[in-house]
Design a protein around this ligand. Sequence first.
Ligand code: GLC
Ligand code: GLC
Length: 811
Amino acid sequence: MKYGHFDDENREYVITNPKTPYPWINYLGNEDFFSLTSNTGGGYTFYKDAKFRRLTRYRYNNVPVDNGGKYFYIKDGDTVWSPSWKPAQTALDSYECRHGMSYTKFKGSKDGIVTEVLQFIPLGFWGEIQQVTVKNTSSETKKIKLFSFVEWCLWNAEDDMTNYQRNLNTGEVEIEDSVLYHKTEFKERRNHYAFYSVNQAIDGFDTDRESFMGMYNGFDAPEAVLNGQPTNSVAHGWSPIGSHYIEIELQPGQEKQFVFMLGYVELEEENKWESKAVINKNPAKEMIAKYDSVQKVQVAFDELKEYWDQLLGKIQIDSGEDKLDRMVNIWNQYQCMVTFNMSRSASFFESGIGRGMGFRDSNQDLIGFVHQIPERARERIIDIASTQFEDGSCYHQYQPLTKKGNATVGGDFNDDPLWLILSTTEYIKETGDFSLLDELVPFDNDMSKAKPHFEHLKASFYHVVNNLGSHNLPLIGRADWNDCLNLNCFSKDPNESFQTTGNKKDGKAESLMIAGLFVVYGKEFVNLCLQIGKQEEASKAQGHIDQMIAAVKEDGWDGDWYLRAYDYYGNKVGSQENEEGKIFIESQGWCSMAGIGMEEGMVEKSLNAVKKHLDCDYGIVLNSPAFSKYYIEYGEISTYPAGYKENGGIFCHNNPWIMIGETLLGRGDQAYEYYTKIAPSFLEDISELHKVEPYVYCQMIAGKEAVKPGEAKNSWLSGTASWNFYTITQYILGVKPTYNGLLINPCIPKAWDGFKIKRVFRGVTYHIEVKNPVHVCKGVKELFVNGEKMNGNIVPVLSTNKEHTVLVVLG
Ligand code: GLC
Ligand code: GLC
């Protein structure tokens, strides 16, 4: 069952039934100021950090779901309704929510009144625009009442929902003309306030929640709205809100437009006040003036569209399959930009107060957006590397506001360092900018310990070499990529976190996943050394890689697949010998990608085993059989019920590793089949089961051992976005940046006749056409650049200011 449809031309998903199985959300904002917005108007706004600078309140985990938002109420006679259906929930004559690239449009109609709300954040601006258009399509004159509504959050989102003994006494507002100012804590240590304005005179307002709502009413039926009369309340002490009231008279066919703005202002200490206890409103007034007409709003909205044209225009495909095209051309790229901005902080499933920027997550996210915003990717790499320690280990997370490592979470996740080699080499291949390697980057944010960035990569590589266990395989530390495989943790206390406590000091467990990862990114390190003339460094590193390959063959192979690990006692994890968790996806993915034992048929056997034991209708599960009880020596993985999350769930982030492995074997049909099983646009028709948005990837789909296989959770903020984009474009469609040009090496379903792809690479546009006349999966037979036949399958870096055509014939 579907709840809407794709509008590819406008790059929108159009929701036509407001009762989606979960709130289906979108993100507004691209730099410092952001909003989340659901298909029924729910969501919130923050400046830079969703925990410390939250402007408006949202009620996570509420009953019913999705309460708190940027709301509008229309009172027409005795009927109260909302253009986004919620909060009023009055049945509408028509409803439509269009989620687009950094904007959302609602259109609701009732009894001859059509109301449209356009929400977006202009580029470089610290305010959200809500343009409201109200039109009378009936044949009578209409007198209606419009109420706006936001509920202010008292800035620190965590404190806001826990510290009521204080928070019910601190709320403060000011009101001037049509602008409602929120200034809680401004008189003390804050130098920022928020405001909510509208570009014309109002007929009343409310700023105190109890007065507006009534003590016993919900968002669906505020007392002031039911009465058709605001109370002009001024919040003192508690629960400040912002609500404008406007009386509108419309002749038949007439429409009126209003520009609301939800803004944020920061002031210098000396300029905070206009007079005693009166805030300096000048910056807010300047912001309001910037967009005080629909014409000005239109200009900003057009700029936003151009911004996205430019970002998405760097990779555009025409495959003949709409579902694939819309993922690659629009939604997957868009999601990668959202993960760049949000990391794992704020979504419907991430509360915005829990996690900072992950070291491994942010490095992996980068491979999804480096082609779109290379300069910002460079800055991000430096931020991440600055939190690394001199021995190559790193803080697992850092805070976006301070860019410092997060000491409470700590480090010792032994996969972390290697991801820095991934992000850095992908950045250089995309841009050709080797100067990053010479950039002085601190260790542990201490400039006195700064070294050229290259030394960070070396430290990453040798962190693995210097931390091997008794099988000469990498020690796992707290965990590797799988946060929940806690082999040195042995936790008995339900009050402690598996991620941060209880690790045995002599942690002996070893990881085959890190072994494969090391071989893949070790080779990248070697390749990079060769590019910059460090021959000796390269051959020394190659020696360590060869030893690792030997160790995997010696002690990491279980007969039909790669083991997953050795536990603290030296017992095998992910082996035929185990009763549960006999096979895991991560080591099959990484050791296959590393090509370990390719000649001996190990890669093929491993991937066949994945197909046999891990594949199901909805994707590839993480491990099988899932754990049915708690294994203290395995940790959090065994806490989840079978089929969920890391315990036998389809953890979409790691499915692409298997797809890449399949492409190395040349099995394009299999790779693509795995791709389509988890790509959201291919799941649109089963939205009632899948539940989350059909336009973005989710982290987890319930696996074959779950009660309801196929049910998904945790959409939007997941490494799934970047890995799937990377895999489909670079391994399946097979257009891959290298140091010396674009490698063209598709691995597609046999049945395809070919496809077209436009790729902007280092400022030059390539129009690539791939033809598949004899229906193979893989193998470039001929390659022509501007009509000229090339040797091999690399398109060299060509001059700028030019468009080039590339013809590729498979066979
Ligand atoms: C989550 C984490 C990521 C981890 C994965 C597997 O997605 O953000 O860092 O690798 O779970 O546990
Ligand atoms: C939980 C989740 C895992 C995530 C981790 C982050 O363990 O299951 O996916 O990576 O928390 O702290």
